[in-house]
Design a protein around this ligand. Structure first.
Ligand code: ATP
Ligand code: LTN
Length: 328
């Protein structure tokens, strides 16, 4: 059975880009009889300053969101990264096999370090190596991620191949799995950049928890171009993004959405989109709240996941320790 894994950072905010880029693909892959792993990357989150109390809350929120989205703990090992110490142990071993040159090419680090000067953490720099460890521990075939994470999965492939060459076959070489539509939902206020929770304005994104009025306001003020027809065109990135979102939330083809709005203008289209997004999010929001009420159950699910992940990770670490020569 092919193994699939992805991780998301525990932040208090998850947006529809995260949902369509990473969460929903995990839910559909679960239905195809794969062996799924979904984990909350708390040790990645601390590469930037975190308030400990909030981090804890965000972790439980993340777990509630995954369950609300349809992750079934019986079919997906759902766990917290820090509960499986093998992640950081393997990361150290991989640190010693990664090159400064290849790390300096990581575009996300360059983006995130911008403006931080000397005070950027070393953790942020080696972040992609911890991610490689996350993946390589479990013999993962495919990693569903948004486009922005493709370079990191490629680093994991390079490190796996390097290690296998040096020490003999140890790691499965993973493939990034990037969906055709939804892997790069763009910002509502700037359709040339991806929707991002660290955007300077909340108008950039639709949070999974936004209320109806907020969703309407954000969509009505989304940036579009001067054209008048509702037709998908890459040269009109604002409209193309809104059409993509419409199609994602309604599970309809872009062409059929266009057909509904033939002869109509932006105002009608945006109103329709806002209602479609609201209808899509409503049941998810209700479920998130329900799961959030039962902290004990959330913790129980994460405990079970950690136990299963630890067993597999420890088996792999035994081989790795032997291969590098530290086992007596
Ligand atoms: P930030 O933009 O602040 O770095 P983020 O929104 O990218 O944060 P992450 O925790 O880094 O959040 O990403 C979680 C997952 O969501 C990753 O798989 C990522 O590729 C995916 N993702 C993030 N933004 C988008 C987007 N706009 N469209 C599609 N997928 C996305
Ligand atoms: N770097 C990813 C989160 C992440 C991840 C992983 C994704 C950490 N470890 C392993 C897939 C597989 C991010 O920022 N979204």
């Amino acid at each position: 059975m092919p193994r699939i894994l992805t991780g998301l950072q525990p932040t208090g905010l998850l947006h529809i880009g995260n949902y369509f880029g990473a969460i929903e693909p995990m839910v559909s892959l679960q239905a195809e009889g794969n062996e799924n792993f979904l984990f909350i990357v708390d040790y990645h989150a601390i590469t930037v300053p975190q308030d400990p109390k909030k981090l804890r809350e965000h972790m439980l929120f993340a777990a509630a969101v995954y369950l609300a989205a349809g992750i079934d703990p019986a079919r997906t090992t759902l766990f917290q990264q820090s509960r499986v110490p093998a992640h950081t142990e393997l990361a150290w071993i991989l640190d010693c096999h990664a090159y400064m040159g290849e790390m300096e090419r990581m575009t996300q680090f360059k983006d995130k370090a911008k403006g931080k000067g000397e005070s950027v953490s070393v953790g942020l720099f080696v972040y992609p190596i911890l991610m490689a460890a996350d993946i390589l521990l479990y013999d993962i075939a495919a990693v569903p991620v948004g486009v922005d994470q493709k370079q990191h999965v490629e680093l994991a492939r390079d490190l796996a191949e390097r290690f296998n060459r040096l020490y003999g076959q140890t790691f499965t070489v993973p493939e990034p799995k990037i969906r055709a539509r939804g892997a790069r939902v763009m910002g509502l206020d700037d359709p040339l950049k991806k929707m991002s929770k660290s955007a300077s304005s909340p108008k950039n994104y639709i949070s999974l928890l936004d209320d109806e009025e907020t969703i309407r306001k954000k969509i009505m003020s989304a940036v579009t171009d001067a054209g008048t027809t509702i037709a998908y065109d890459e040269a009109r990135p604002g409209l193309a993004n809104l059409l993509t979102i419409f199609s994602l939330v309604t599970q309809r083809d872009v062409a059929s959405v266009e057909a509904d709005y033939a002869g109509k203008g932006y105002a009608d289209f945006k109103r329709g989109l806002a209602e479609a997004v609201i209808a899509f999010l409503r049941p998810i929001q209700t479920k998130i709240r329900e799961y959030q009420k039962d902290e004990i159950e959330l913790k129980r699910i994460l405990d079970t996941g950690a136990l299963r992940a630890s067993e597999l990770a420890e088996q792999k670490m035994k081989v790795v320790r032997e291969r590098i020569g530290v086992t007596l």
